[in-house]
Design a protein around this ligand. Sequence first.
Ligand SMILES: Cc1cc2nc3c(=O)[nH]c(=O)nc-3n(C[C@H](O)[C@H](O)[C@H](O)COP(=O)(O)O)c2cc1C
Length: 191
Amino acid sequence: MKLVIAVTGASGSMYAQRLLEQIAKAKEVEECHVVLSEHAQEVAATELGAKGLTIPKGMKVHGDKTMQVPFASGSAKFEAMAIIPCSMGTLGRIAHGYSDGTIARTADVFLKEKRKLILVPRETPWNLVQARNVVTLLEAGAMMLPAIPSFYGKPKTVEDVVDTVVARVLDHLQLPNDLVKRWKSGVGEKE
Ligand SMILES: Cc1cc2nc3c(=O)[nH]c(=O)nc-3n(C[C@H](O)[C@H](O)[C@H](O)COP(=O)(O)O)c2cc1C
């Protein structure tokens, strides 16, 4: 499987960090490219420390200003793209077909080729423009998987909370994982 993981300047760099660590372990993934927006680096440095995101060995890293990447064209075979976390700015650019940078162009390609495009937006509250952009992308075939954690598995650490979202992304990338307890009746009862 060939994947593109894009990281933007929304809050939630840890979502990207945990996802990349899991992908690095997945034997199903033969190639994983990471695209970082300029603001992604800035927010990651704020949230994860000066070094920002740690990109696992073997993954190829790209900036958001180049078209010299294989996945910017529909002729290159890639299975899926996830944008995590996805800023409302990037979401809006994709919804309106801007294609002005690597991330927006790649998302454009994945939509036109009917490939899996998973967006993990993080913003609250939403204004009407943002809500309409979300609807536009759903209509265009994107998967909207907002960074909204769940708590029924009784997460104990920040990483556990983050993993409730990361596990859903991995599920939709068709990558096996046991990051979280799956829901079954009774999981909320006292142990
Ligand atoms: C600390 C920090 C946190 C931010 N959090 C969010 C956020 O959660 N959601 C969002 O849409 N934008 C957020 N932003 C704003 C984006 O970084 C900004 O809109 C930027 O232009 C997005 O560019 P990009 O999509 O190319 O990364 C944040 C900015 C900073 C500095």
